[in-house]
Every structure is written in structure tokens, then in C-alpha cells.
Ligand binder design. Structure first.
Ligand code: PLP
Length: 395
């Protein structure tokens, strides 16, 4: 028996577990101190009423002889794939229902999709970004190189033709910086991927937060992307499905590498390794995409947008540099007074009772930066913004 020693290449704790551990330790040492958590990457609003209704109806249907369903299709029910196809059509993107695969969330797909690629590929990951990409690849023993994102490139790294990569991650809007690409910028990545025979893994988990019409909703808005990109979506941030679990991956029919069709290979993989996602959950996701669902969900998204605006105003008033918060639920700020990310984490906890996420946890380029989320409750976010402004102004 040989263990996967790549586990030793990971940090001791997953970033968000480490933040939690430190906050809990602080609370234990400071009993009675109330902490406002602006560190959490999930919403606080309940599921939309029509989503709950659809899941209740589906549960009732399952309790009848005629409506009972057992194993569903590994790639997901046609009704949900059609609803996702319709949404793509609203972005002006044509996707076949056979190109859509339903899953229990983006995080699972982001790791499972790597089974399509051998361990000797070189992987290009934006820095900073959602830490899962790096960990997943390190576990498989792949070489990871970084595309540096910084204030000079507006946290939107562009391809470097002198560097070769086989797999390229793009997260737009980005977690944690909130930076999002235009179609013109994505076109440069598509050209680079085609020239390098590379595959792009495009994570669109936060696309529901895009408001600026200039910004790309999908990589498939770029010509040629269907020959080099896999896109991953989620119901978590857009519809509060973090606990309900539903996502999807688009693998185009025209995506071929080394004489293999990746759509066919992925279908085969799914048929072998999963029995799909609960019917009840898929009915809930379908309802989230309905006109009624969209209207209900927009109210929640606006709730978070208003939180982001409140936090942004506090940072503006304190003359603290930040980006994000406009097409994203995350605000990405420069730690004041030259503080490091974890130093600011401790400072913020101590002076404001606010827990955030240290930028360096998302990659080396995140050092000196910090992520705050707009996913918190409105009242607490207002209190946090006041405290933050007052403390920053006193620095
Ligand atoms: N992708 C990004 C960029 C994320 O930030 C997250 C969660 O925070 C996910 C994917 C995971 O999404 P899901 O809940 O669908 O697994």
C-alpha cells in the first residue's frame, strides 16, 4: 500500500477552515465579544419561495406510485438541462442540452473534471484565486504555474505567449478580487489556448453578480471557445444552493484532444462514477431559472449588492483602496499601513470584531490584501461598515 504523498504538498488547513479556527480561538479567549463574519462565501437569504414550492411538489410526487423516480440520468434530467440551455440563449450562446452535465456543485466538478487530464500537464492558475484549483492539482501531482494578478493589470492577468500551459483556469468574476473579464479579453485567452492546444476551465460560479453589460457572461461568447473551453456553473451563489447542492458543467461536442472527444469521455466518466443529483434538487434548480424564480432571486442579489455598496462607501470614506464589490459579492482591499494579510486579519478582529479573509490565502500575490464579503445580514453589515470606517480613520 502506498499513500498519496501529494497530500503533504497541501497547507495544513484549507483556508476557510483556518479562518474559522482562528476566529473560534479568538472568541474563546474573548468571551462575550460579538464577531461579525464577513469572511463567509455564502449567502444568508433563504431559498426563494418558488424553489421551496418546487422541491415540496417534487417530494410529494416521489411519494406517489406514478411519480416515484429511482436513479436519474447521470448527466441530469432533460428539464433542467433545457432550462440551463435557455439561460445560455439569453446570453446569446448556443449550447446543446447534450453538452450540459448536472452535478452536486461546482466544487465537485472542478476536481472531477481533472480526471480527463493526465498528471504531467502544466496548469496555469491565476494568483490570487479560489484555492481549490491549486490544491486539486497538487493532489494529482500536476505542475502549477501562476498568472500574476495585481493592481497594475487590474487583477486581470492576460496570457504570456512565452509561457506554455496545458490547462488554464479562469474565474470570472474572480474570487477573491471581484475582477471580471470582457469578451475581448477572454478572446486573448481563447487564442492562447488554441495555440497551445490547451484547455480552459472557466469557473462562472459568480456570474449572477455581473451587472456591467461590457463583461462576459460566458466564455462561449468568444468564437473558438467551444474548441478549447469547459465551463462550470453553480446554483450556490445565485440561488442560495450552498446547502442544497446543484451545479453544472458544459463540455462542448467540438472539444477534442489527442483524438478523443472530451464530451464523450466526460459522459462515460459520469455514467461510471455518479448516479446523478436528487430529482427534488433538480426541480428546485429548474424553478430558480424560471421567470418567477429569477425575479425572486434578483431581490436577494440586490440585497447583497446593497451590502457591497455600504462596505464600499465605508472604505471610500476611509480612503482605503479596494476593487470588486460591483460585479461581485467580494470587496478586495489593500491592507492599510503596509500590514500583511494575516496581520490585518488580527487587527480587524481586535479593533472591529470583524472576521474577514486574508488575501494571501488565495495565493502569494494576495499578500497585503484582504477579502470582505457582502453575503452577510444587512444590519450586521451596516454595523461592520461603521466600525471599519471609524477604525481605519483612526489608523
Ligand atoms: N467556484 C468558486 C470560484 C467558488 O468561490 C466556490 C465557492 O465558494 C465554488 C466554485 C463552489 O461552488 P459550489 O457551491 O457550487 O460547489
Amino acid at each position: 500500500m502506498k499513500i498519496n504523498h501529494n497530500f503533504s504538498a497541501l497547507g495544513q488547513n484549507y483556508l476557510f477552515a483556518e479562518v474559522d479556527r482562528r476566529v473560534c480561538a479568538y472568541v474563546e479567549n474573548n468571551p462575550g465579544r460579538e464577531i461579525i463574519r464577513l469572511s463567509i462565501g455564502e449567502g444568508c437569504r433563504p431559498l426563494a419561495a418558488c424553489v421551496v414550492q418546487a422541491m415540496q411538489d417534487a417530494a410529494a410526487e416521489m411519494g406517489t406510485e406514478a411519480g416515484f423516480r429511482g436513479y436519474g440520468p447521470a448527466e441530469g434530467y432533460e428539464f433542467l438541462r433545457r432550462a440551463i440551455q435557455d439561460e445560455y440563449a439569453r446570453f446569446g450562446v448556443k449550447v446543446d442540452t447534450d453538452e450540459i452535465f448536472i452535478s452536486d456543485g461546482a466544487k465537485s466538478d472542478l476536481t472531477h473534471i481533472l480526471e480527463l487530464f493526465s498528471a504531467d500537464n502544466t496548469v496555469l492558475v491565476p494568483d490570487p484565486v479560489y484555492p481549490v484549483y491549486v490544491d486539486d492539482n497538487r493532489l494529482d501531482g500536476r505542475r502549477v504555474i501562476y498568472a500574476q494578478a495585481n493592481a497594475e493589470n487590474d487583477f486581470l492577468p492576460m496570457p504570456n505567449s512565452a509561457v506554455h500551459a496545458d490547462l488554464i483556469y479562469i474565474c470570472s468574476p474572480n474570487n477573491p478580487t471581484g475582477a471580471a473579464y470582457t469578451s475581448q479579453q477572454l478572446a486573448a485567452w481563447v487564442t492562447y489556448a488554441l495555440e497551445n492546444d490547451a484547455v480552459i476551465l472557466y469557473d462562472a460560479a459568480y456570474r449572477c453578480f455581473l451587472t456591467d453589460p461590457e463583461l462576459a457572461r460566458s466564455i462561449y461568447q468568444v468564437e473558438g471557445a467551444d474548441q478549447c473551453a469547459i465551463e462550470i456553473g453553480s446554483f450556490s451563489k445565485r440561488a442560495g444552493f450552498t446547502g442544497t447542492r446543484c451545479g453544472y458543467t458544459v463540455v462542448p461536442h467540438s472539444l477534442n484532444r489527442e483524438k478523443m472527444n472530451l464530451n464523450a469521455v466526460w459522459r462515460r466518466r459520469q455514467q461510471t462514477k455518479t448516479n446523478g443529483v436528487a430529482y427534488i434538487v433538480q426541480r428546485g434548480a429548474e424553478a430558480a431559472l424560471s421567470p418567477k424564480g429569477q425575479a425572486q432571486i434578483q431581490k436577494d442579489l440586490n440585497y447583497y449588492r446593497a451590502n457591497a455598496a455600504v462596505l464600499g462607501e465605508a472604505l471610500d470614506a476611509a480612503k482605503t483602496w479596494y476593487c470588486g464589490g460591483k460585479n461581485s459579492p467580494y470587496l478586495w482591499l489593500k491592507c492599510p499601513g503596509g500590514m500583511g494579510s494575516w496581520q490585518f486579519f488580527d487587527w480587524l478582529l481586535e479593533h472591529c470584531g470583524i472576521a474577514g479573509t486574508p488575501g494571501v490565502g488565495f495565493g502569494p500575490c494576495g499578500e497585503g490584501y484582504f477579502r470582505l464579503t457582502a453575503f452577510g445580514e444587512k444590519e450586521k453589515t451596516h454595523i461592520a461598515a461603521e466600525k471599519l470606517k471609524a477604525a481605519l480613520l483612526q489608523l
